[in-house]
Design a protein around this ligand. Structure first.
Ligand code: ZN
Length: 343
């Protein structure tokens, strides 16, 4: 039995997370962990897709006036006589069959709590008029659809990719989970703030860059993500340091500093298409939720997915302070996952 399947049986999952146990003996592409990397390590991860808060909430309810149709064959005629449903309620079915087998119809949206329920239409039992609660917005997820349907039936057009994201497996297959586990393990091996950029394309499947942030007193803005994105630029252009313009000692010092934060930089040429951005189609693995500056750098470089382990409550730009990828006006969207790890 595979580690993945075994874990599925052993570990309880919720509607939004999944857990996988993983034994890793993979070598790690970093310089200061050769001993640790040889130790077999049992690791359980769970994934949580970071999505817009709206998707995790139940749809808000609003009051409408409803009534019971006295003769079912007059339902069509009654529909013609009633004013059309306002666009804001177009996600609702106009008529429903209640538990008693009666047909109920939405007359109109109720503007105020105290507004009396009264109207006269042929085929409508005036004494049956009442206030009913219905979904005030169209349901986006299947869970919202089921919840809203308990009050009044709605129209629903499921988004299959979103539904996958909200399943316990977040839409990943067993092979993809194995890759995630391996990369998360590499990030953890550094035991520092780390950024790893991985190319998930079929003809690559390799770590392109793995970086740490500079110490704050050396450079306060060169966080691990900023160094990694900079390194990706160098990979695309070829090494662009003009040694001739630098003093030898200055260059040597720069290389020492650089080698302490750039743990891996692929020797292969990045095969980006001419129109691609620096990280088009690439996955990013982070020890910590990136700050807003780094989140924006990842957005500008057009990454595909971000996996981070530890939240950053004070500065995090993907979950804690804001959810940059969920803001309405950003011009690129990536998927974000928080990875919880336990040994
Ligand atoms: Zn940062």
């Amino acid at each position: 039995m595979s580690a993945c399947k075994r874990s599925q049986e052993e570990t309880a999952t919720t509607a939004t997370t999944t857990n996988f146990k993983f034994v890793s003996t993979d070598s790690v592409n970093t310089k200061d962990n050769s001993t640790a990397s040889k130790r077999p390590r049992l690791m359980t991860i769970s994934l949580n897709a970071i999505v817009n808060d709206e998707l995790r909430m139940e749809v808000p309810l609003i009051p409408v006036t409803t009534g019971t149709i006295t003769e079912k064959k007059k339902a069509g005629k009654l529909m013609q006589l009633l004013p059309p449903m306002p666009p804001s309620l177009s996600h609702l079915k106009r008529i429903r069959c209640n538990e008693q087998g009666e047909l109920e119809i939405i007359i109109a949206e109720k503007k105020g709590e105290d507004e009396p329920c009264k109207c006269e239409f042929p085929g409508l039992e005036s004494s049956s008029l009442k206030t009913s609660l219905v979904a005030g917005k169209p349901p986006i997820t299947r869970d919202q659809f089921h919840h809203a349907g308990k009050f009044w039936p709605c129209n629903f057009h499921p988004d299959s990719s979103l539904e996958k994201l909200l399943t316990p497996y977040c839409g990943f297959n067993e092979e993809e989970i194995s890759v995630i586990q391996r990369n998360v393990n590499q990030v953890l091996e550094t035991e520092k703030q780390c950024c790893l950029i991985y190319d998930p394309h079929e003809d690559s499947k390799e770590v392109l860059v793995c970086t740490l942030g500079y110490d704050r007193d050396i450079h306060p803005l060169k966080h691990a993500v900023m160094v990694a994105v900079e390194e990706m630029g160098k990979l695309q252009l070829g090494e662009n340091v003009n040694v001739k313009k630098m003093e030898e000692e200055e260059y040597r010092q720069m290389q020492i500093l650089r080698s302490s934060v750039v743990l891996k930089s692929s020797s292969k040429r990045i095969r980006n298409e001419p129109r691609d951005y620096l990280c088009t189609g690439l996955d990013v693995y982070l020890s910590h939720e990136p700050c807003i500056m780094c989140s924006m750098a990842l957005l500008h470089s057009r990454v595909k997915r971000i996996f981070f382990i530890h939240p950053s409550p004070q500065v995090g730009g993907l979950m804690s302070v804001t959810k940059l990828h969920c803001l309405p006006r950003v011009n690129h969207r990536f998927k974000v996952f928080q990875v919880s790890v336990s040994s």
